[in-house]
Design a protein around this ligand. Structure first.
Ligand SMILES: [Zn+2]
Length: 144
């Protein structure tokens, strides 16, 4: 989402740490037709730095829907503002679980992230169904 220069070495470090997987929806970079993005977990407009501890690997869709947002409204809890999942500070399995092609939220952070990033949009569930059938989703169990 940003035009900040990210060096090839830093990019490689982020990709390798993520095992080539989107750190939000766990789709594999080699299994998706559109190039992945290096996402600023805390967007630069909020003061987030271009440092490894603030970067993650994100598929095109997760990155596009997230934009520069840090939080969303949790409508299961009266619209309370809740921070999005932070892959640098939180574990995926603490906030989500896979239920077939669905990513089920386990927490308020899980709920707002599933909602804002549209993790269970029809086309994304269809893509996941195909990748599960091919045995390549989730991309890497080691992420969790
Ligand atoms: Zn994703």
């Amino acid at each position: 989402m940003s035009e900040t220069y990210i060096s090839a070495a830093l990019r490689r470090e982020v990709i390798e740490r993520a095992h080539n997987c989107c750190e939000y929806c766990r789709i594999g970079e080699t299994d998706h037709p559109i190039n992945f993005a290096i996402d600023h977990v805390i967007a630069e407009k909020h003061g987030g730095k271009t440092l490894t501890e603030n970067l993650c690997l994100s598929c095109y869709w997760c990155n596009s829907y997230k934009g520069s947002d840090l939080s969303s409204a949790d409508w299961d809890a009266g619209g309370q503002i809740v921070p999005l999942f932070n892959p640098r500070q939180q574990k995926w399995d603490d906030h989500f679980k896979l239920d077939g092609v669905h990513i089920q939220p386990l927490t308020a952070t899980g709920r707002v992230t599933v909602f804002l990033l549209r993790l269970n949009a029809v086309e994304r569930r269809q893509e996941r169904e195909l990748l599960i059938a091919l045995g390549v989703y989730p991309c890497d169990e080691k992420l969790s």
